[in-house]
Design a protein around this ligand. Structure first.
Ligand SMILES: Cc1cc2nc3c(=O)[nH]c(=O)nc-3n(C[C@H](O)[C@H](O)[C@H](O)COP(=O)(O)OP(=O)(O)OC[C@H]3O[C@@H](n4cnc5c(N)ncnc54)[C@H](O)[C@@H]3O)c2cc1C
Length: 595
């Protein structure tokens, strides 16, 4: 059985061309009027080749070798440096960067697909360039002209890597507790940063000659809380008056020994009188940092999809190869004798697992890429109100994707491990690493609980429900397109989708009303509410897929399999929606005791 990661190019094309119909929209955008489906596919094929040949093979070995910390410096595992240099030389970091900022100016939608490939191929390797886009977007939006001139081009191109320095020992989810300080340095027209940061991904490494840290710290007159945080560019190396490189007061004190991502250095950093430059307004650093965090959250969501894809691929291949026990039935095309020992893929318990994995990953891919599409609309639509509406939908969907996809990515790895039986527990079979590597995605970039609060309290209850109404209108429109279908299965799926929207509207109204007297209520139900919206989105994804597959040629196995998976999704996994709905109703009624 091959453990090689295969990029699911056929499904990616389906989502981009048929599910989103992106090429039709590209034609209406002046910058992309020449971008057609074939060109987009060429880009993805090229990316897939690079990822499969250069990045994926480093994954298991990097996990075993890990990073080395010695004398304040970090060495990356064998091959990581060369692969990163080739990644930069090929221009992959600037795929979706605006052409006038030196990038290739392609849609974010393609960038999202690239992120999925990289995460599936080698999550640990991806962690190093993972913040390039967020740092670029942050500096483009909030950096002064001088910062843009001095730092942006090399960060955007990937020549220098960037980090995001928020976390301190006493301050994780609660950034109000941050203590790092910034004092003015009039001689340099800059600031001096002092303090400790922990868990900093790529805080030190040997991939690039310079590392640019984006650090949250407090000015001397800062008010308490998150409104007193300012953001600084703090490079590992600065430049002297004659352009010579000068080591800044940025020190790596060690790297964590951790459960997974062993090939990604998670660093404890000490900033000691380090020279830094303010990004944006004083005390408004969190707003600038949010630009970076939003970009990173979608990327983390796609890590969940990548993990689920890899888990599914490996489990599917193994289940068709591993022969154990007699099967009660077998597919029509099977030439063997199921009453003898049969592939475990024939046993109903294993079929359920494989179908669950497939329904999850393909549904999530559609939704993840759809967010990329909304980001493109938000950036490129000629009408300002359309750009704003698209931005609101992307912002509503991002925490759902981050939390729901990463939880499912970890669950998928666990399910795949079960398919492998005892072999799954052994490193050589390539699934226990997915389980270990995927777990952190539920924790970083804002834990999944923080995403749930962001969704329900800020983005649903906070804005009067406008963004949710816009999302539900898209779902209802999809249901309306096929509810009158003669095809019974398609009609059933769309009627169900319509009913889900009614449930979401009702429960959202109940939460809103109940919160008036019971302030804890939204916090009690936030996690279940996020999962409820996650299941709604998967139902939307599969209803649209079923419509497309029903219209397509029944002889094409690709669409036949889509139809089978869609019907399975509506019959089995979607029951989780009802379960979450009941939990929210319970949370609305019954206060939680203290544990
Ligand atoms: C491998 C790795 C890489 C990382 N990379 C970076 C990086 O590059 N830069 C960086 O700044 N940080 C990084 N982090 C830190 C990461 O972002 C934090 O771990 C995360 O924000 C959570 O903070 P914490 O660990 O202090 O947990 P805590 O905030 O202490 O949370 C503990 C638990 O309590 C829950 N909780 C807390 N508050 C609430 C609430 N109000 N409601 C409900 N539940 C709540 C959390 O969801 C969590 O389950 C990284 C962490 C890891 C493990």
């Amino acid at each position: 059985m091959s453990l090689d990661y295969q990029v699911p190019l056929r499904d990616m094309r389906f989502v981009i061309d048929e599910w989103i119909e992106a090429p039709a929209w590209w034609r209406s955008v002046p910058a992309w009027e020449d971008l057609d489906s074939a060109t987009a596919q060429q880009v993805l094929e090229e990316a897939a080749r690079f990822v499969m040949e250069r990045i994926a093979p480093l994954n298991p070995a990097g996990d075993l070798e890990g990073c080395r910390f010695e004398g304040g410096e970090v060495s990356m595992p064998t091959g990581f440096r060369e692969a990163y240099a080739d990644f930069v030389a090929a221009g992959w970091p600037t795929l979706a960067l605006d052409a006038d900022a030196g990038g290739q100016g392609l849609p974010q939608l393609l960038e999202v697909a690239l992120q999925e490939m990289l995460a599936a191929a080698n999550h640990a390797w991806l962690m190093s360039p993972g913040l390039t886009h967020g740092a670029t977007a942050c500096l483009m939006a909030h950096g002064s002209d001088a910062l843009k001139r001095d730092w942006l081009p090399k960060i955007a191109s990937g020549e220098w890597l960037a980090t995001m320095c928020l976390t301190e020992p006493q301050a994780g989810s609660d950034l109000a507790l941050l203590r790092a300080r910034a004092t003015p340095d009039a001689a340099h027209g800059a600031w001096r940063i002092d303090g400790s940061k922990i868990f900093i991904t790529g805080g030190e490494h040997d991939l690039t000659e310079n590392i640019v840290h984006l650090v949250l710290a407090r000015l001397p007159d800062a008010p308490a809380g998150t409104k007193g945080l300012s953001l600084f560019v703090v490079p590992k190396r600065t430049f002297g008056e004659t352009g010579e490189r000068v080591r800044n007061g940025v020190h790596c004190e060690g790297i964590e020994k951790k459960m997974g991502l062993k090939a990604s250095p998670t660093c404890s950093m000490r900033f000691e009188h380090a020279l830094g430059w303010l990004v944006g307004e004083p005390h408004r650093g969190l707003a600038s940092m949010f630009v970076m965090m939003n970009a990173a959250r979608l990327q983390v969501a796609m890590q969940g999809v990548g993990h689920a894809q890899l888990a599914w691929q490996r489990a599917h291949a193994y289940a068709h190869e591993r022969v154990q026990m007699r099967a009660v039935s077998a597919p029509a095309h099977y030439e063997g004798e199921p009453a003898q020992a049969a592939p475990i893929a024939f046993h109903p318990a294993m079929r359920r697992v494989l179908l669950d994995l497939r329904a999850t990953v393909e549904g999530e891919r559609a939704i993840g890429y759809w967010i990329g599409y909304w980001l493109d609309v938000a950036a490129r639509h000629p009408e300002a109100h359309e750009r704003e509406a698209a931005g609101r939908i992307a912002s509503l969907l991002t925490p759902v994707a981050k939390a729901f996809f990463t939880a499912n990515g970890f669950a998928a790895a666990s399910s795949a491990l079960q398919v492998f039986g005892g072999y799954g527990y052994i490193h050589d079979y390539g699934v226990e690493q997915i389980l270990r590597d995927s777990r952190v995605a539920m924790l970083y970039e804002g834990t999944n609980e923080i995403q749930a609060i962001d969704l329900l309290v800020r983005k649903v209850l906070g804005d009067g429900g406008e963004a949710l109404r816009a999302l539900l209108a898209h779902v209802t429109a999809e249901a309306a397109r096929c509810i009158a279908s003669q095809d019974r299965a398609l009609h059933g799926a769309c009627a169900r989708l319509d009913a889900l929207v009614v449930d979401v509207q009702r429960i959202t109204d109940e939460i809103r009303q109940g919160s008036a007297d019971d302030r804890e209520l939204p916090y009690r139900v936030a996690d279940d509410y996020l999962a409820l919206i996650g299941w709604l989105l998967l139902a939307f994804a599969w209803a649209r897929t079923l419509r497309i597959a029903t219209d397509a040629s029944a002889d094409d196995p690709f669409y036949a399999e889509k139809r089978v998976t869609a019907l399975y999704f509506f019959a089995y996994p979607l029951m989780a929606f009802d379960h979450r709905l009941r939990l929210i109703e319970t949370g609305g009624r019954d206060p939680l005791p203290y544990a």
